[in-house]
Design a binder for this molecule. Structure first.
Ligand code: ASP
Length: 311
């Protein structure tokens, strides 16, 4: 275990905030698709950062960034998510509010292409945390009737920095830390290709597909069945709480996953001091990072590049 000072002794927030780290899914990306994935995470990071610049919170930025990736039609989430064995898109998503240790999740939803906003509605506006299947659609109908988010076309929301307003082979996800040190993390996916109908992976499970608290946020991507077994995102957050920097924590998380399950995954991590990290043992994971201001935007994709990331 690291001997570094525990986080609760670090009261000073570093100048590098806000930060946004985005991934477009770890896996066996076809070479020709990698630049497409990289371009989408780059755009998603900028879109999320725009929300922060307009005074939005980490949660607002994380929602808009993830909704962008769900709507872009190029990633395994939202409108272009992987289909199950019946040829249906059954989507899972979660949003985590680290400052309140709160989350909202939806699983196996159909006909809804921005499940991240529904997950946030579940967290903020219902007495529950997690809805699954058919009945999640009733919550979606309630969300629209409440005017919580506008719909652009059936099942697709109009979520941008503007519409959120001035605000007081391969899954997608992000971790955002705003300038007040509030942390949010998301995951959104169509799940694994040709999954059995009704199958739910790690993405909507708090502590597995993503996690955030007052110290850091983590988002995971990979074979959900195995990510759940080691509660990968919570485990990595614990490493950070114990003193690891985010890059080391991400690396240790993947090493643990390999040791316990032999599986493949990718992780992105950010902490309240502005530290960021990423690690994968998959072939590729398109990822983008912005620390402090847009001019710092960097993108990554191949395993070696990700694992030699220097914050
Ligand atoms: N973790 C997702 C799942 O198992 C898949 C992915 O990350 O690509 O549903």
């Amino acid at each position: 275990m690291s001997t570094a000072a525990p986080y609760n002794q670090w009261s000073v927030i570093r100048m590098g905030l806000p930060v946004i780290v985005v991934h477009g899914g770890a896996g066996k990306w076809k070479d020709e698709r990698i630049p497409i994935g990289v371009e989408q995470v780059r755009q998603a990071a900028l879109v999320g950062f725009e929300v922060l610049k307009r005074g939005g919170s980490a949660l607002d930025a994380a929602e808009v960034c993830t909704a962008y990736m769900e709507s872009c039609g190029k990633l395994n989430a939202g409108v272009s998510a992987a289909r199950n064995l019946d040829g249906i898109r059954e989507l899972d998503a979660m949003i985590v509010d680290g400052s309140r240790l709160d989350f909202g999740s939806v699983a196996a939803v159909t006909g809804i292409y921005n499940p991240i906003s529904l997950a946030r509605y579940v967290m903020e506006k219902t007495p529950h945390k997690f809805f699954a299947g058919e009945n999640a659609r009733r919550v979606y109908a309630q969300m629209l009737a409440d005017g919580y988010r506008p719909e652009r076309s059936p099942g697709i929301l109009d979520i941008t920095a503007e519409t959120l307003g001035p605000v007081s082979d391969d899954t997608v996800g992000c971790v955002v830390v705003d300038s007040q040190g509030r942390v949010a993390a998301t995951s959104s996916t169509g799940g694994t290709r040709k999954k059995m109908p009704g199958r739910v992976g790690d993405s909507p499970i708090m502590g597995a597909g993503a996690y955030a608290n007052e110290v850091c946020g983590v988002a995971a991507t990979g074979q959900g069945e195995h990510i759940i077994r080691v509660l990968l995102s919570r485990t990595v957050a614990l490493y950070v709480e114990q003193g690891d920097d985010p890059q080391l924590a991400a690396r240790r998380g993947i090493e643990l996953l390999i040791e316990k399950t032999g599986s493949e995954a990718g992780l992105i991590v950010a902490d309240v001091k502005g530290g960021t990290g990423m690690w994968t043992n998959a072939k590729a994971m398109p990822a983008a990072v912005i620390c402090g201001d847009e001019s710092s935007l960097r993108v990554f994709s191949m395993r070696d590049e990700i694992n030699s990331y220097e914050p």
